[in-house]
Design a protein around this ligand. Structure first.
Ligand SMILES: NC(=O)c1ccc[n+]([C@@H]2O[C@H](COP(=O)([O-])OP(=O)(O)OC[C@H]3O[C@@H](n4cnc5c(N)ncnc54)[C@H](OP(=O)(O)O)[C@@H]3O)[C@@H](O)[C@H]2O)c1
Length: 386
């Protein structure tokens, strides 16, 4: 009888210890994910990874992929942990690399540092890695658990995954619409649709993207800068991309004027005349020729492929109406940020998706709402592929 009670008590204790360890794993992986997100928009063409090293329940090292993609998160965390890494656990949001790229394999560095266990959120689809990183760790006698918070990691690494598997960036469409689904006033006159909180949110999103894209119609109507203008974050501005089949962009536009401070890539076709190309190049912009599409504009898959080739993993499409329409119609949008202001513009305003009703997004079975927020008087709904 006493034995049975003791056995039950021991069983209960073991169960509690297991649950505590599971909760700790969750907590440390969440920390690694949060650290990894610091790099979004800055590490391309590499993924933005986060890493945490824990010994006896204490964080002894933290790291995230540095701007430009190097050093990798694991190397940063190992550097901070020093000797404390021996016998510790590494939490990492993506499989450690196992190949010699621009830096030596992280899996080797983890083995050399003497870690006892690695908890990895998800396998890297990059064929150079693809399970080989985990295998190398296991071969060295390290305990490896894969799959904790995998869905969150897949979302954070969506740009890297999309670029590897589909040779295009993860495409985020942002639309700021009025209460009656318009994005500009009659005659394409710019109009303030959303307030300060929404603007801040959009600029933060810009900072987390590698590139931001608009059509030449928006450049002509708004003369935008497309930079991140939050205090102290100017350096986080993405590359600005304009779709401009016949190279109509004006040399006097703010985009061209600022091309030396913040990169500007103008995507065009064979229709572009050589002198215009030379003039843009002299102003500091890069001209990228891709195939023209049918019946109009540039070929969207060719545009995305060219951007991926240049290393872009996260692309923010900011409009205007025709560009938004054409990317939605082609099924090339992965995520939509729909901001809605409280006021109507009127029937003569510019419809958000040109000839396509906004229901094509909001009522589409292809998308589901991932998150909703109130931002002052405005609302934000974030849609992702269902
Ligand atoms: N509220 C918002 O969130 C928001 C955001 C941005 C813009 N806007 C508004 O949107 C309006 C501009 O919209 P818009 O429809 O006139 O112009 P747009 O969508 O910015 O640009 C359309 C032009 O881009 C070029 N293009 C090249 N490749 C394309 C492709 N694959 N698909 C579509 N277009 C392609 C085409 O000109 P070529 O054939 O000459 O290349 C096309 O006419 C402005 O009034 C602006 O204020 C609002």
């Amino acid at each position: 009888m006493i034995f049975r009670i003791l056995e039950e008590q021991l069983g209960q204790k073991a169960k509690e210890a297991k649950e505590t360890a599971k909760a700790a794993d969750q907590r440390f992986m969440q920390l690694a994910l949060a650290l990894g997100r610091r790099g979004l928009g800055r590490t391309w063409p590499n993924p933005a990874v986060g890493a945490v090293i824990v010994k006896d329940g204490v964080v002894v090292g933290r790291g995230w992929t540095q701007p430009g993609g190097r050093p990798h998160a694991e190397v940063e965390a190992l550097r901070r942990a020093g000797d404390a890494a021996r016998g510790a656990t590494l939490y990492v949001t993506l499989e450690p690399c196992s190949h010699f790229g621009r830096s030596p394999p992280c899996a080797d560095a983890v083995v050399a540092a003497g870690l006892a266990r690695v908890v990895s959120a998800i396998e890297d689809p990059n064929p150079d890695v693809g399970g080989k990183g985990h295998a190398r760790l296991r071969a060295a006698g390290i305990a490896v658990d894969v799959g904790l918070c995998a869905a969150e990691a897949a979302r954070d690494h969506a740009g890297h995954f999309r670029r590897i598997t589909d040779k295009r960036p993860h495409v985020i469409l942002k639309l700021a619409v009025s209460a009656d689904d318009k994005i500009a006033a009659s005659g394409h006159k710019p109009v303030v649709i959303t307030g300060e909180a929404a603007r801040t949110r959009v600029h933060l999103l810009r900072a987390q993207c590698d590139a931001i894209l608009v059509g030449i119609g928006t450049v002509q109507a708004d003369d935008p800068l497309l930079t991140c203008r939050l205090p102290g974050m100017a350096a986080r501005s993405p590359v600005r991309v304009v779709l401009d089949r016949a190279l109509r962009i004006s040399g006097d536009s703010r985009l061209v004027h600022s091309a030396r401070e913040t990169p500007l890539w103008v995507m065009t076709s064979d229709m572009a005349e050589a002198p215009a190309v030379v003039k843009l190049g002299a102003a500091g912009a890069q001209v990228i020729r891709v195939a023209a599409g049918a019946p109009a504009g540039l070929d969207r898959p060719a545009v995305l492929h060219a951007l991926a080739e240049k290393g872009t993993t996260r692309l923010l499409v900011e409009g205007g109406a025709r560009v938004a329409n054409s990317f939605v119609a082609a099924g090339l949008v992965d995520e939509i940020w729909l901001l809605r202001g409280p006021d109507a513009i009127g029937a003569d305003g510019v419809p958000a998706l040109d000839a396509m009703p906004l229901d094509a997004i909001t009522q589409s079975p292809a998308f589901r709402v991932r998150a909703s927020e109130t931002l002052g008087k405005d609302s934000l709904n974030i849609y992702e592929r269902a």
